[in-house]
Design a protein around this ligand. Structure first.
Ligand SMILES: Nc1nc2c(ncn2[C@@H]2O[C@H](COP(=O)(O)OP(=O)(O)O)[C@@H](O)[C@H]2O)c(=O)[nH]1
Ligand SMILES: [Mg+2]
Length: 435
């Protein structure tokens, strides 16, 4: 529920730590701090030591407190941070004390960020990136999310918006002056400008799909006949017993996941039930699950070895770009892109380098979006621009202008701001210049 109450919450993880940070946001933040400390307010943005007291003046803790002014805080509202000692009882006492102050209530999940969005401190794409940053587990995920928080989508959308406004202004002038189609002498330049933007949107759309894989994490399925060393490989990577291995074929019946930080790339290795035809119902369910999951993975490592050649079930999963791996190379070597032994680790590093390079190549260097919602707006924008482009030669200028406005609206939706008023302002300025 959104209201104008002053909200507060523990901003650091629950549990014991050196310090814990509680945040307050809203018009009563300063009043609450005054009540909590029984002392004058410290200067804005100056970390100040204050004794936190209860209603009777009893000491709760000694803390560092910080104030942020309205319009110059994360949420855009007046904010206070209380850095107290990070013990459970300390945090509980400070939290309880805040709860008893009139006009304050505990924040709901994401409420600080929601207020930041509503107050224009962050746009929607920046909010999405902030969520990604908090859930980033690897270095590459962190880098990408951090660039989003720093406004990479915002800047790209803004550049497109400015270019689109110029095109729209030229079309709008036509409507006002000529009352008819876009003039012949104007269309080639407009067509080129629109064509360029469509190309850029399409490049972003395709980059976005690869960046989504980076954000969500890649999946690499280890497939092959029972007993060819799949679980041993997963365990070797994990450095612990993550999957149950045994010399008896058919031991692994579930899909076991190992989340792995592959040189900054998030990769989940999937250990599959041995892929073979079977009469055992439970094992067959495992095999079917494994086939579906492996088929959808980003990459498959097809394990083979002398004593476990299988019945070819795994071979049906082969996709372009997959790797064949000969295992148990300490016993015998054989054909494959790689030869590994989990007994002595031979060949494993080379295999991982290859996997890294193949997945790395799917992470585009210059895209900024990675969410399906963002691609929805980009697609709408691209489609509207294509319609406008077609209309240049066949439709009335009003219709072209309408499509361009639809494209602008979609760009606004990309970052969660429609920007229609600004567009009108800009078009108006162009009219003045033109007339
Ligand atoms: N010598 C040798 N034995 C291995 C190697 N990898 C696995 N094994 C053995 O092969 C058997 C089957 O391994 P497992 O990982 O359970 O195969 P999975 O059915 O494909 O998961 C076990 O007895 C392992 O100890 C290896 O690199 N060298
Ligand atoms: Mg296994």
């Amino acid at each position: 529920m959104l209201d104008c109450a002053t909200i507060f919450a523990l901003a650091t993880p629950p549990g014991v730590g050196g310090i814990a940070v509680l945040r307050l946001s809203g018009s009563k933040a300063d009043d609450a701090l005054r009540a909590m400390t029984g002392a004058p307010l410290p200067a804005l943005r100056v970390a100040t030591v204050r004794r936190l007291v209860d209603e009777a003046g009893g000491i709760l803790d000694e803390a560092l407190v910080l104030r942020f002014a309205e319009g110059a805080s994360f949420t855009g509202e007046p904010m206070v941070e209380i850095h107290c000692h990070g013990g459970r009882a300390v945090v509980a006492a400070v939290h309880a004390r805040l709860s008893r102050i009139a006009g304050l209530r505990p924040a709901e999940a994401g409420e600080f960020t929601r207020r930041a969005l509503l107050n224009g401190r962050l746009d929607l794409a920046e909010v999405e990136a902030l969520g990604d940053l908090l859930s980033a587990e690897t270095e590459r995920q962190r880098q990408f999310a951090a660039s989003g928080v720093a406004g990479s989508v915002h800047r790209r959308a803004e550049a497109w918006r400015v270019a689109l406004l110029d095109i729209l202004a030229q079309v709008e002038i036509t409507i006002d002056w000529a009352d008819e189609d876009v003039p012949q002498e104007l269309s080639p330049a407009l067509d080129e400008a629109l064509g360029r933007m469509v190309g850029e949107l399409e490049a972003e759309l395709s980059a976005s799909v690869g960046l989504e894989r980076l954000r969500e994490g890649f999946e690499v399925a280890v497939v092959g006949a029972p007993n060819c060393g799949k679980s041993s490989f997963i365990n070797h990577l994990a450095g612990r017993e993550a999957a149950i291995t045994s010399p008896h074929p058919g031991t692994t019946r579930d899909v076991i996941e190992l989340r792995y930080d592959l040189r900054g790339l998030p990769v989940t290795f999937l250990d599959m039930a041995g892929l073979r035809a079977t009469d055992d119902d439970v094992e067959r369910i495992g095999v079917e699950k494994a086939m579906a999951r492996a088929g959808a993975a980003d990459l498959r490592l097809h394990f083979r070895t002398e004593d476990a050649m299988g019945d070819g079930a795994a071979a049906r999963l082969w996709q372009e770009g997959d790797l064949t791996v000969w295992t148990k190379s300490d016993l015998a070597t054989g054909p494959g892109d790689h030869c590994i032994s989990t007994l002595d680790g031979e060949g494993v590093a080379d295999l991982l380098t290859d996997v890294f390079e193949r997945l790395s190549a799917r992470v585009p260097a210059d895209g900024v979006t990675s969410h399906a919602r963002q691609r929805g707006s980009l697609t709408d924008c691209r489609d509207a621009l294509c319609r406008a482009r077609e209309g240049l030669s066949s439709a009335a200028a009003e219709i072209v202008a309408e499509d361009l406005r639809a494209a602008l609206l979609s760009l606004g939706q990309l970052v969660g701001r429609s920007g229609v008023e600004e567009m009108l302002d800009r078009v108006f300025v162009s009219f003045c210049v033109g007339k």
